[in-house]
Ligand binder design. Structure first.
Ligand SMILES: NC(=O)c1ccc[n+]([C@@H]2O[C@H](COP(=O)([O-])OP(=O)(O)OC[C@H]3O[C@@H](n4cnc5c(N)ncnc54)[C@H](OP(=O)(O)O)[C@@H]3O)[C@@H](O)[C@H]2O)c1
Ligand SMILES: *[C@@H]1O[C@H](CO)[C@@H](O)[C@H](O)[C@H]1NC(C)=O
Ligand SMILES: *[C@@H]1O[C@H](CO)[C@@H](O)[C@H](O)[C@H]1NC(C)=O
Length: 277
């Protein structure tokens, strides 16, 4: 049996390799340029959005991205009802969280929990695991099956706008399981024909993770040591991803699937610093 140090080193190498795999030229996709002008109107868009009293659900709110998303949603007061759907009940100390609803579900029997997915106008999916945490099969189960089933139930429950946190390089024809699964789930959710569907494809997420993942720490150090312009092409802070998701949600959709690549996420996520209502 390899010792913990050897395992950490192996995890670090695996993470670096994974990061390097993502370092490919930006995928062709809708850029942010054509719609950037709209962001000048963000405060007005937010205000109009708030007036609509929409409800939202978040999958993965205990995760690194999901919890920042929840925090921003509450700070911006964008929705009149916020529901977390997850496998365990979360506890929050701050007052701001007191009206947050929680639905605890068994993802292995999700059909039994269809009611948890009913009546939300907007949904955000920040669910995910890794091969190192769950094994190849477990990874596919969560990142493909749980996500897809959730999306199906959300659609059936009346969700109009589904937001999927995917990954840079997502591609159903990739030889890498991670990118293949991300590409497949993107396409299968699209088949559900939500009124509005937004896919986010960030590069490496930069955050201060609560749990320790030595590999990711190394990757973050690595990106931190690079020139800013280069690093920002391949990575993005979690808070920028979250702001891009929300700045996108408050503006009107254009009826097509929205694909936001790492650059579009940077642009839209930094569009407006004055976020407080
Ligand atoms: N990290 C990166 O650099 C990167 C880059 C691009 C894209 N992404 C993608 O972005 C997404 C979010 O990443 P993240 O780093 O924010 O995720 P994270 O911190 O690992 O959080 C994952 C979330 O999924 C839930 N989850 C995991 N396994 C589950 C299971 N078996 N059953 C039910 N819920 C489960 C977790 O709930 P519990 O708290 O209950 O475990 C948590 O809420 C993922 O899909 C990831 O692939 C990540
Ligand atoms: C939203 O809620 C506010 C306050 O409860 C109410 O005055 C307003 O009419 C509602 N708007 C819509 C569109 O339902
Ligand atoms: C993914 O690729 C496989 C093999 O090329 C194909 O059979 C399948 O239909 C594709 N799935 C999606 C959702 O595009």
């Amino acid at each position: 049996m390899p010792g913990p140090a050897a395992l950490s080193a192996a995890a670090a190498v695996a993470a670096l390799v994974a990061a390097l795999l993502l370092l490919r030229p930006e995928d062709a996709g809708p850029g942010s340029g054509s719609r950037m002008a709209e962001t000048e109107a963000l405060p007005k868009l937010r205000e109009d959005f708030r007036m609509q009293n929409k409800s939202v659900f978040i999958l993965g709110a205990s995760g690194e991205t999901g919890r920042v998303l929840l925090k921003e949603i509450l700070e911006q007061s964008l929705f009149s009802k916020v529901t977390l759907i997850g496998r365990r009940k979360l506890t929050f100390d701050e007052d701001a969280y007191k009206n947050v609803n929680q639905e605890v579900v068994d993802f292995e029997k999700l059909e039994d929990y269809a009611s948890a997915f009913e009546g939300h106008d907007v949904g955000f999916c920040c669910l995910g695991t890794t091969r190192s945490k769950a094994g190849a099969e477990g990874f596919v189960r969560v990142d493909r099956d749980y996500v897809l089933k959730s999306a199906e139930l959300a659609k059936a429950g009346g969700c109009k706008h589904f937001n999927l946190l995917s990954s840079k390089g997502a591609d159903n024809s990739s030889n890498f399981l991670y990118l293949q699964v991300k590409g497949e789930v993107e396409a299968r959710v699209e088949e559900l024909k939500f009124d509005r569907y937004s896919i986010f494809r960030p590069g490496v997420l930069l955050c201060d993770r609560q749990e320790s993942r030595p590999g990711e720490w190394l990757v973050r150090k690595f990106f931190g040591s690079l020139p800013e312009s280069w690093a920002s092409r391949h990575s993005v802070p979690v808070v920028t991803v979250v702001r891009a998701m929300l700045n996108n949600a408050v503006r009107p959709g254009d009826g097509t699937t929205e694909l936001l690549d790492n650059k579009a996420i940077h642009d839209l996520g930094k569009a407006d610093g004055s976020l407080k209502p």
